[in-house]
Design a protein around this ligand. Structure first.
Ligand code: 4AD
Ligand code: MG
Length: 465
Protein backbone atom coordinates (compact mmCIF):
# COMPACT_ATOMS: atom_id res chain seq x y z
CA UNK A 1 0.00 0.00 0.00
CA UNK A 2 1.13 3.54 -0.65
CA UNK A 3 2.27 5.69 2.27
CA UNK A 4 1.91 9.44 2.76
CA UNK A 5 4.69 11.79 1.76
CA UNK A 6 4.37 13.39 5.18
CA UNK A 7 5.24 10.08 6.85
CA UNK A 8 8.29 9.54 4.63
CA UNK A 9 9.59 13.08 5.20
CA UNK A 10 9.04 12.67 8.95
CA UNK A 11 11.35 9.65 9.01
CA UNK A 12 8.66 7.07 9.75
CA UNK A 13 10.41 4.61 7.39
CA UNK A 14 14.08 3.90 8.09
CA UNK A 15 16.67 4.48 5.38
CA UNK A 16 16.63 1.49 3.03
CA UNK A 17 12.89 0.76 3.42
CA UNK A 18 10.92 0.15 0.24
CA UNK A 19 7.94 2.51 -0.03
CA UNK A 20 5.33 3.53 -2.55
CA UNK A 21 4.16 7.14 -2.69
CA UNK A 22 1.60 8.68 -5.01
CA UNK A 23 0.81 12.23 -5.92
CA UNK A 24 1.21 15.00 -8.46
CA UNK A 25 4.39 16.32 -9.98
CA UNK A 26 5.43 19.82 -8.91
CA UNK A 27 8.69 20.07 -10.85
CA UNK A 28 11.15 17.93 -12.82
CA UNK A 29 14.84 18.65 -13.18
CA UNK A 30 17.27 16.54 -15.23
CA UNK A 31 20.91 16.39 -14.19
CA UNK A 32 23.84 15.97 -16.48
CA UNK A 33 24.82 12.91 -14.49
CA UNK A 34 21.89 11.06 -16.06
CA UNK A 35 19.27 11.34 -13.38
CA UNK A 36 15.98 13.17 -13.04
CA UNK A 37 14.67 14.75 -9.86
CA UNK A 38 10.91 14.78 -9.63
CA UNK A 39 9.23 16.71 -6.82
CA UNK A 40 6.02 14.99 -5.86
CA UNK A 41 3.25 16.35 -3.65
CA UNK A 42 0.22 14.54 -2.20
CA UNK A 43 -1.21 17.26 0.05
CA UNK A 44 -0.34 15.45 3.27
CA UNK A 45 2.09 18.20 4.28
CA UNK A 46 3.52 21.43 2.91
CA UNK A 47 6.69 19.99 1.39
CA UNK A 48 6.89 17.78 -1.67
CA UNK A 49 9.23 14.79 -1.65
CA UNK A 50 12.09 14.41 -4.08
CA UNK A 51 12.03 11.27 -6.22
CA UNK A 52 15.37 10.43 -7.80
CA UNK A 53 14.74 8.68 -11.14
CA UNK A 54 17.75 6.95 -12.71
CA UNK A 55 18.03 6.52 -16.50
CA UNK A 56 18.01 2.78 -15.91
CA UNK A 57 14.24 2.85 -15.37
CA UNK A 58 12.58 0.98 -18.25
CA UNK A 59 10.27 3.92 -19.01
CA UNK A 60 12.84 6.67 -18.37
CA UNK A 61 12.86 8.04 -21.93
CA UNK A 62 9.22 7.33 -22.72
CA UNK A 63 7.64 8.58 -19.47
CA UNK A 64 10.00 10.21 -16.95
CA UNK A 65 11.36 12.69 -19.46
CA UNK A 66 7.79 13.70 -20.32
CA UNK A 67 6.81 14.51 -16.72
CA UNK A 68 5.67 18.07 -16.12
CA UNK A 69 3.82 19.95 -13.36
CA UNK A 70 0.47 18.33 -12.59
CA UNK A 71 1.10 14.77 -13.83
CA UNK A 72 -0.31 11.95 -11.68
CA UNK A 73 2.38 9.50 -10.56
CA UNK A 74 2.86 6.37 -8.46
CA UNK A 75 6.49 5.96 -7.45
CA UNK A 76 8.18 3.04 -5.73
CA UNK A 77 11.68 2.94 -4.34
CA UNK A 78 13.89 3.01 -1.29
CA UNK A 79 14.13 5.73 1.31
CA UNK A 80 17.49 7.49 1.31
CA UNK A 81 18.86 10.41 3.27
CA UNK A 82 18.61 13.54 1.22
CA UNK A 83 21.70 15.46 0.11
CA UNK A 84 19.59 18.53 -0.62
CA UNK A 85 19.39 21.30 1.95
CA UNK A 86 16.26 21.51 4.06
CA UNK A 87 15.12 18.07 2.93
CA UNK A 88 15.29 15.12 5.28
CA UNK A 89 14.60 12.11 3.08
CA UNK A 90 14.08 11.33 -0.58
CA UNK A 91 13.19 8.24 -2.60
CA UNK A 92 15.55 6.44 -4.95
CA UNK A 93 13.00 5.20 -7.49
CA UNK A 94 12.86 1.61 -8.73
CA UNK A 95 9.66 2.27 -10.68
CA UNK A 96 7.63 5.27 -11.74
CA UNK A 97 4.14 4.73 -13.08
CA UNK A 98 2.41 7.67 -14.72
CA UNK A 99 -1.37 7.51 -14.23
CA UNK A 100 -2.04 10.70 -16.17
CA UNK A 101 0.07 13.14 -18.16
CA UNK A 102 -0.87 16.79 -18.50
CA UNK A 103 -2.44 17.34 -21.91
CA UNK A 104 -0.59 20.43 -22.91
CA UNK A 105 2.10 21.41 -20.38
CA UNK A 106 2.55 24.84 -21.99
CA UNK A 107 -1.05 25.87 -21.33
CA UNK A 108 -1.53 24.04 -17.99
CA UNK A 109 -2.77 26.89 -15.77
CA UNK A 110 -0.78 25.96 -12.64
CA UNK A 111 2.84 26.57 -13.61
CA UNK A 112 5.59 26.22 -11.00
CA UNK A 113 5.75 29.98 -10.32
CA UNK A 114 3.67 32.33 -8.16
CA UNK A 115 0.26 33.21 -9.60
CA UNK A 116 -1.95 36.11 -8.57
CA UNK A 117 -4.86 35.27 -6.26
CA UNK A 118 -7.21 36.90 -8.80
CA UNK A 119 -6.03 34.54 -11.52
CA UNK A 120 -6.32 31.51 -9.23
CA UNK A 121 -9.98 32.35 -8.49
CA UNK A 122 -10.67 31.85 -12.19
CA UNK A 123 -9.33 28.30 -11.92
CA UNK A 124 -10.87 27.40 -8.56
CA UNK A 125 -10.91 23.72 -9.54
CA UNK A 126 -7.12 23.69 -10.05
CA UNK A 127 -5.99 26.12 -7.38
CA UNK A 128 -5.86 23.41 -4.66
CA UNK A 129 -2.70 22.24 -6.47
CA UNK A 130 -0.77 25.37 -5.50
CA UNK A 131 1.35 25.72 -2.36
CA UNK A 132 -0.84 28.45 -0.97
CA UNK A 133 -4.17 26.67 -1.42
CA UNK A 134 -2.72 23.46 -0.05
CA UNK A 135 -1.69 25.43 3.03
CA UNK A 136 -5.05 27.24 3.34
CA UNK A 137 -6.90 23.94 3.00
CA UNK A 138 -4.91 22.26 5.75
CA UNK A 139 -5.25 25.25 8.09
CA UNK A 140 -9.01 25.43 7.42
CA UNK A 141 -9.31 21.75 8.28
CA UNK A 142 -7.22 22.20 11.43
CA UNK A 143 -9.43 25.10 12.57
CA UNK A 144 -12.64 23.13 11.97
CA UNK A 145 -11.32 20.12 13.87
CA UNK A 146 -10.19 22.36 16.73
CA UNK A 147 -13.64 24.00 16.91
CA UNK A 148 -15.35 20.64 17.29
CA UNK A 149 -12.73 19.45 19.77
CA UNK A 150 -13.09 22.60 21.90
CA UNK A 151 -16.83 22.20 22.18
CA UNK A 152 -16.70 18.47 22.73
CA UNK A 153 -14.13 18.85 25.51
CA UNK A 154 -16.30 21.49 27.16
CA UNK A 155 -19.53 19.48 27.14
CA UNK A 156 -21.29 21.04 24.14
CA UNK A 157 -23.45 19.10 21.70
CA UNK A 158 -23.26 19.75 17.96
CA UNK A 159 -26.74 20.47 16.61
CA UNK A 160 -27.39 20.26 12.88
CA UNK A 161 -29.78 23.09 12.19
CA UNK A 162 -31.74 23.30 8.92
CA UNK A 163 -30.48 25.00 5.79
CA UNK A 164 -33.95 25.59 4.38
CA UNK A 165 -36.22 27.65 6.60
CA UNK A 166 -39.14 30.05 6.64
CA UNK A 167 -37.71 32.24 9.46
CA UNK A 168 -35.44 35.19 8.84
CA UNK A 169 -33.12 34.67 11.81
CA UNK A 170 -31.55 38.11 11.58
CA UNK A 171 -34.71 39.93 10.48
CA UNK A 172 -32.55 41.70 7.89
CA UNK A 173 -34.31 40.54 4.70
CA UNK A 174 -31.17 39.22 3.01
CA UNK A 175 -32.40 35.74 2.18
CA UNK A 176 -32.16 33.60 -0.95
CA UNK A 177 -35.56 32.19 -1.93
CA UNK A 178 -35.92 28.43 -2.36
CA UNK A 179 -38.75 27.72 -4.77
CA UNK A 180 -39.82 25.08 -7.27
CA UNK A 181 -42.39 27.32 -8.94
CA UNK A 182 -42.21 27.71 -12.70
CA UNK A 183 -40.94 31.26 -13.27
CA UNK A 184 -42.59 31.39 -16.70
CA UNK A 185 -45.96 30.47 -15.24
CA UNK A 186 -46.15 31.65 -11.63
CA UNK A 187 -49.35 30.82 -9.73
CA UNK A 188 -51.04 34.01 -8.47
CA UNK A 189 -53.40 34.79 -5.59
CA UNK A 190 -56.59 36.83 -6.13
CA UNK A 191 -54.58 39.92 -5.25
CA UNK A 192 -51.98 39.11 -7.91
CA UNK A 193 -49.18 38.14 -5.53
CA UNK A 194 -47.15 34.98 -6.16
CA UNK A 195 -49.05 32.11 -4.53
CA UNK A 196 -46.46 30.28 -2.46
CA UNK A 197 -49.11 27.91 -1.09
CA UNK A 198 -48.54 26.10 -4.41
CA UNK A 199 -44.80 25.99 -3.76
CA UNK A 200 -42.81 22.96 -2.59
CA UNK A 201 -43.13 23.69 1.13
CA UNK A 202 -46.59 25.24 0.86
CA UNK A 203 -45.07 28.57 1.82
CA UNK A 204 -42.30 30.94 0.93
CA UNK A 205 -38.99 29.32 1.97
CA UNK A 206 -35.39 30.52 2.08
CA UNK A 207 -31.80 29.49 2.69
CA UNK A 208 -30.93 30.19 6.30
CA UNK A 209 -28.89 33.25 7.30
CA UNK A 210 -28.08 31.75 10.71
CA UNK A 211 -28.83 28.61 12.71
CA UNK A 212 -29.28 30.61 15.89
CA UNK A 213 -33.04 30.48 16.39
CA UNK A 214 -33.10 26.72 15.88
CA UNK A 215 -30.13 26.13 18.13
CA UNK A 216 -31.75 28.20 20.90
CA UNK A 217 -34.48 25.58 21.12
CA UNK A 218 -31.87 22.88 21.75
CA UNK A 219 -29.98 25.09 24.19
CA UNK A 220 -33.16 25.37 26.26
CA UNK A 221 -33.07 21.63 26.91
CA UNK A 222 -29.44 20.52 26.52
CA UNK A 223 -27.84 23.65 28.08
CA UNK A 224 -24.64 23.80 25.99
CA UNK A 225 -24.94 23.43 22.21
CA UNK A 226 -23.54 24.77 18.96
CA UNK A 227 -24.19 24.69 15.25
CA UNK A 228 -21.46 24.71 12.63
CA UNK A 229 -22.79 24.82 9.13
CA UNK A 230 -23.29 26.80 5.94
CA UNK A 231 -25.28 30.03 6.00
CA UNK A 232 -26.36 32.27 3.14
CA UNK A 233 -26.75 36.01 2.76
CA UNK A 234 -27.95 37.86 -0.29
CA UNK A 235 -26.02 40.99 0.67
CA UNK A 236 -25.05 42.77 -2.49
CA UNK A 237 -21.64 43.67 -1.15
CA UNK A 238 -18.50 43.26 -3.23
CA UNK A 239 -16.03 43.42 -0.37
CA UNK A 240 -13.03 41.42 0.74
CA UNK A 241 -14.93 40.38 3.91
CA UNK A 242 -18.31 39.17 2.63
CA UNK A 243 -19.43 35.95 0.99
CA UNK A 244 -22.95 34.99 -0.10
CA UNK A 245 -22.32 31.47 1.24
CA UNK A 246 -20.20 31.12 4.36
CA UNK A 247 -19.88 28.80 7.34
CA UNK A 248 -20.74 29.93 10.81
CA UNK A 249 -19.99 28.54 14.27
CA UNK A 250 -22.81 29.42 16.65
CA UNK A 251 -22.69 28.24 20.27
CA UNK A 252 -25.60 28.87 22.62
CA UNK A 253 -25.43 28.62 26.42
CA UNK A 254 -28.29 28.46 28.92
CA UNK A 255 -28.28 30.33 32.24
CA UNK A 256 -25.68 32.69 30.80
CA UNK A 257 -25.30 36.43 30.35
CA UNK A 258 -23.25 38.57 27.96
CA UNK A 259 -20.10 38.40 30.09
CA UNK A 260 -20.17 34.58 30.02
CA UNK A 261 -20.75 34.75 26.27
CA UNK A 262 -17.68 36.95 25.75
CA UNK A 263 -15.59 34.62 27.93
CA UNK A 264 -16.64 31.64 25.82
CA UNK A 265 -15.75 33.40 22.56
CA UNK A 266 -12.35 34.39 23.91
CA UNK A 267 -11.64 30.83 25.10
CA UNK A 268 -12.71 29.34 21.75
CA UNK A 269 -10.58 31.70 19.65
CA UNK A 270 -7.53 31.13 21.81
CA UNK A 271 -8.00 27.37 21.69
CA UNK A 272 -8.24 27.18 17.89
CA UNK A 273 -5.26 29.51 17.32
CA UNK A 274 -3.19 27.44 19.71
CA UNK A 275 -4.15 24.34 17.72
CA UNK A 276 -3.02 25.92 14.45
CA UNK A 277 0.28 27.08 15.96
CA UNK A 278 0.93 23.56 17.27
CA UNK A 279 -0.36 21.48 14.39
CA UNK A 280 0.30 23.52 11.24
CA UNK A 281 3.73 25.04 11.86
CA UNK A 282 4.77 24.12 8.29
CA UNK A 283 1.89 25.99 6.66
CA UNK A 284 2.10 28.93 9.07
CA UNK A 285 5.81 29.34 8.29
CA UNK A 286 4.87 29.63 4.62
CA UNK A 287 2.21 32.29 5.36
CA UNK A 288 4.67 34.26 7.48
CA UNK A 289 7.27 34.14 4.74
CA UNK A 290 5.12 34.72 1.67
CA UNK A 291 1.78 36.25 2.65
CA UNK A 292 1.80 38.20 5.92
CA UNK A 293 4.97 38.76 7.92
CA UNK A 294 3.13 38.84 11.25
CA UNK A 295 1.04 35.71 10.55
CA UNK A 296 2.59 33.75 13.41
CA UNK A 297 3.43 36.54 15.87
CA UNK A 298 -0.07 37.98 15.84
CA UNK A 299 -1.61 34.58 16.59
CA UNK A 300 0.83 34.23 19.46
CA UNK A 301 -0.20 37.66 20.75
CA UNK A 302 -3.86 36.75 20.35
CA UNK A 303 -3.38 33.61 22.43
CA UNK A 304 -1.34 35.32 25.14
CA UNK A 305 -3.16 38.60 25.80
CA UNK A 306 -6.54 38.99 27.49
CA UNK A 307 -9.07 40.64 25.16
CA UNK A 308 -10.04 44.20 26.00
CA UNK A 309 -13.68 44.81 26.93
CA UNK A 310 -15.22 48.16 25.95
CA UNK A 311 -18.73 49.51 26.02
CA UNK A 312 -20.09 50.73 22.70
CA UNK A 313 -20.72 54.18 24.25
CA UNK A 314 -17.11 54.36 25.41
CA UNK A 315 -15.91 53.25 21.94
CA UNK A 316 -17.90 56.09 20.39
CA UNK A 317 -16.19 58.59 22.70
CA UNK A 318 -12.76 57.17 21.91
CA UNK A 319 -13.41 57.46 18.18
CA UNK A 320 -14.85 60.98 18.46
CA UNK A 321 -11.88 62.17 20.50
CA UNK A 322 -9.32 60.41 18.30
CA UNK A 323 -8.77 63.42 16.06
CA UNK A 324 -8.96 61.07 13.08
CA UNK A 325 -11.06 62.03 10.02
CA UNK A 326 -13.28 59.05 9.20
CA UNK A 327 -15.23 58.65 5.99
CA UNK A 328 -18.30 58.16 8.20
CA UNK A 329 -18.23 60.56 11.18
CA UNK A 330 -19.00 58.77 14.44
CA UNK A 331 -22.20 59.45 16.33
CA UNK A 332 -23.84 57.56 19.16
CA UNK A 333 -26.54 55.34 17.63
CA UNK A 334 -24.76 54.40 14.43
CA UNK A 335 -23.32 51.01 13.60
CA UNK A 336 -19.54 50.99 13.64
CA UNK A 337 -17.99 50.73 10.17
CA UNK A 338 -14.90 48.69 9.38
CA UNK A 339 -12.74 51.85 9.46
CA UNK A 340 -13.93 52.56 13.01
CA UNK A 341 -13.52 48.99 14.17
CA UNK A 342 -10.02 48.77 12.81
CA UNK A 343 -8.96 52.13 14.23
CA UNK A 344 -10.26 51.09 17.62
CA UNK A 345 -8.38 47.79 17.83
CA UNK A 346 -5.32 48.68 15.77
CA UNK A 347 -4.57 52.24 16.90
CA UNK A 348 -6.23 52.48 20.27
CA UNK A 349 -6.45 49.13 22.06
CA UNK A 350 -3.72 47.29 20.19
CA UNK A 351 -5.27 43.86 20.79
CA UNK A 352 -8.58 42.07 20.22
CA UNK A 353 -11.52 43.80 21.84
CA UNK A 354 -15.04 42.85 22.82
CA UNK A 355 -17.34 45.82 22.19
CA UNK A 356 -20.55 45.49 24.20
CA UNK A 357 -23.99 47.05 24.67
CA UNK A 358 -24.94 48.53 21.32
CA UNK A 359 -27.92 50.82 20.66
CA UNK A 360 -31.05 48.71 20.29
CA UNK A 361 -32.13 50.29 17.00
CA UNK A 362 -29.16 48.90 15.05
CA UNK A 363 -29.33 45.36 16.40
CA UNK A 364 -31.45 42.27 15.76
CA UNK A 365 -34.88 41.75 17.36
CA UNK A 366 -33.85 38.85 19.60
CA UNK A 367 -31.22 40.75 21.60
CA UNK A 368 -31.92 41.45 25.27
CA UNK A 369 -32.87 45.00 26.21
CA UNK A 370 -30.61 46.46 28.90
CA UNK A 371 -31.98 48.29 31.94
CA UNK A 372 -31.14 51.67 30.35
CA UNK A 373 -33.91 50.96 27.80
CA UNK A 374 -31.63 52.21 25.00
CA UNK A 375 -29.04 49.51 24.50
CA UNK A 376 -29.10 45.76 24.06
CA UNK A 377 -26.77 43.11 25.47
CA UNK A 378 -24.93 42.64 22.19
CA UNK A 379 -21.23 42.12 21.57
CA UNK A 380 -18.91 42.18 18.60
CA UNK A 381 -15.37 40.91 18.82
CA UNK A 382 -12.98 43.00 16.76
CA UNK A 383 -9.52 41.80 15.79
CA UNK A 384 -6.61 43.92 14.57
CA UNK A 385 -6.21 43.52 10.83
CA UNK A 386 -9.78 42.45 10.07
CA UNK A 387 -12.43 44.11 12.26
CA UNK A 388 -15.55 42.14 13.26
CA UNK A 389 -14.97 38.44 13.55
CA UNK A 390 -17.66 37.50 16.10
CA UNK A 391 -21.17 38.86 16.63
CA UNK A 392 -23.26 37.72 19.57
CA UNK A 393 -25.69 38.64 22.31
CA UNK A 394 -27.65 37.71 25.36
CA UNK A 395 -31.11 36.79 24.06
CA UNK A 396 -34.35 38.44 25.12
CA UNK A 397 -35.88 35.74 27.32
CA UNK A 398 -38.86 37.86 28.46
CA UNK A 399 -41.83 37.30 26.16
CA UNK A 400 -43.44 40.71 26.65
CA UNK A 401 -40.22 42.53 25.82
CA UNK A 402 -39.52 40.25 22.83
CA UNK A 403 -43.00 40.93 21.46
CA UNK A 404 -42.58 44.66 21.99
CA UNK A 405 -39.30 44.69 20.12
CA UNK A 406 -40.67 42.66 17.23
CA UNK A 407 -43.62 45.02 16.97
CA UNK A 408 -41.33 48.05 17.02
CA UNK A 409 -39.25 46.52 14.21
CA UNK A 410 -42.31 45.53 12.14
CA UNK A 411 -41.53 41.83 12.35
CA UNK A 412 -44.57 39.64 11.81
CA UNK A 413 -44.80 37.29 14.82
CA UNK A 414 -46.65 34.74 12.73
CA UNK A 415 -43.32 33.29 11.52
CA UNK A 416 -41.90 33.16 15.04
CA UNK A 417 -44.61 31.41 17.08
CA UNK A 418 -42.37 28.46 17.79
CA UNK A 419 -39.59 30.86 18.87
CA UNK A 420 -42.03 32.64 21.20
CA UNK A 421 -42.92 29.25 22.73
CA UNK A 422 -39.38 29.03 24.05
CA UNK A 423 -40.23 32.06 26.23
CA UNK A 424 -43.62 30.70 27.22
CA UNK A 425 -42.39 27.33 28.43
CA UNK A 426 -39.66 27.57 31.06
CA UNK A 427 -37.72 30.54 29.80
CA UNK A 428 -34.18 31.09 31.13
CA UNK A 429 -31.48 33.68 30.43
CA UNK A 430 -29.28 32.50 27.58
CA UNK A 431 -26.68 33.84 25.21
CA UNK A 432 -24.65 32.90 22.17
CA UNK A 433 -22.59 34.18 19.31
CA UNK A 434 -21.67 33.60 15.68
CA UNK A 435 -18.08 33.23 14.51
CA UNK A 436 -17.69 33.56 10.75
CA UNK A 437 -15.53 30.59 9.79
CA UNK A 438 -14.04 32.18 6.66
CA UNK A 439 -13.20 35.36 8.58
CA UNK A 440 -11.36 33.09 11.00
CA UNK A 441 -9.46 31.44 8.11
CA UNK A 442 -8.63 34.81 6.51
CA UNK A 443 -7.28 36.09 9.79
CA UNK A 444 -5.29 32.96 10.59
CA UNK A 445 -3.58 32.80 7.20
CA UNK A 446 -3.17 36.56 6.78
CA UNK A 447 -5.12 36.54 3.50
CA UNK A 448 -6.28 39.78 1.90
CA UNK A 449 -9.57 38.44 0.55
CA UNK A 450 -12.23 36.16 2.02
CA UNK A 451 -12.76 34.61 -1.44
CA UNK A 452 -9.55 32.69 -0.88
CA UNK A 453 -10.65 31.27 2.48
CA UNK A 454 -13.34 28.91 1.09
CA UNK A 455 -12.82 26.33 -1.68
CA UNK A 456 -15.55 27.67 -4.00
CA UNK A 457 -16.49 31.28 -3.17
CA UNK A 458 -20.02 32.51 -3.91
CA UNK A 459 -20.29 36.28 -4.35
CA UNK A 460 -22.58 38.48 -6.45
CA UNK A 461 -22.24 37.37 -10.07
CA UNK A 462 -20.23 34.23 -9.32
CA UNK A 463 -21.44 30.71 -8.62
CA UNK A 464 -19.44 28.73 -11.17
CA UNK A 465 -17.51 25.52 -10.40
O1 4AD B 1 -23.12 39.28 13.27
P1 4AD B 1 -23.88 38.20 12.56
O2 4AD B 1 -24.81 38.60 11.48
O3 4AD B 1 -24.61 37.38 13.69
C1 4AD B 1 -25.50 36.35 13.52
O4 4AD B 1 -25.79 35.84 12.47
C2 4AD B 1 -26.03 35.81 14.82
N1 4AD B 1 -27.22 35.00 14.52
C3 4AD B 1 -24.95 35.02 15.50
C4 4AD B 1 -25.40 34.45 16.82
O5 4AD B 1 -25.53 35.21 17.78
N2 4AD B 1 -25.62 33.15 16.88
O6 4AD B 1 -22.82 37.17 11.95
C5 4AD B 1 -21.88 36.52 12.79
C6 4AD B 1 -20.53 36.48 12.13
C7 4AD B 1 -19.91 37.84 11.85
O7 4AD B 1 -19.27 38.35 12.98
C8 4AD B 1 -18.93 37.51 10.75
O8 4AD B 1 -17.76 36.92 11.27
C9 4AD B 1 -19.67 36.44 9.97
O9 4AD B 1 -20.62 35.87 10.84
N3 4AD B 1 -20.35 36.97 8.78
C10 4AD B 1 -19.93 36.80 7.52
N4 4AD B 1 -18.85 36.17 7.02
C11 4AD B 1 -18.69 36.16 5.68
N5 4AD B 1 -19.55 36.73 4.81
C12 4AD B 1 -20.66 37.37 5.26
N6 4AD B 1 -21.51 37.90 4.39
C13 4AD B 1 -20.87 37.43 6.67
N7 4AD B 1 -21.86 37.95 7.45
C14 4AD B 1 -21.51 37.66 8.72
MG1 MG C 1 -22.60 41.28 13.08
Amino acid sequence: AAVSIKAVLAGTYPVGSEVTVQGWVRTRRDSKAGLSFVNLSDGSCFDPIQIVAPTSLANYDSDVLRLSAGCGVIARGSVVESQGKGQSFEIQASSIEVTGFVDDPETYPIQPKPHSMEFLREVAHLRPRTNIFGAITRVRHCLAQAVHRFFHENGYYWINTPIITTSDAEGAGQMFRVSTLDLANLPRTDKGAVDHSKDFFGKDAFLTVSGQLNVEAYCLALSKVYTFGPTFRAENSQTSRHLAEFWMIEPEIAFADLAADADLAEALLKYVFRAVLNERADDMAFFAERVEKTAISRLENFVNEPFARIDYSEAVKILQNSGKKFEFPVEWGMDLQTEHERFLVEQHVGRPAVVMNYPEQIKAFYMRLNDDGKTVAAMDILAPGIGEIVGGSQREERLDLLDARMAKMNIDPVHYQWYRDLRRYGTVPHAGFGLGFERLVVYTCGLANIRDAIPYPRVPGHAEF
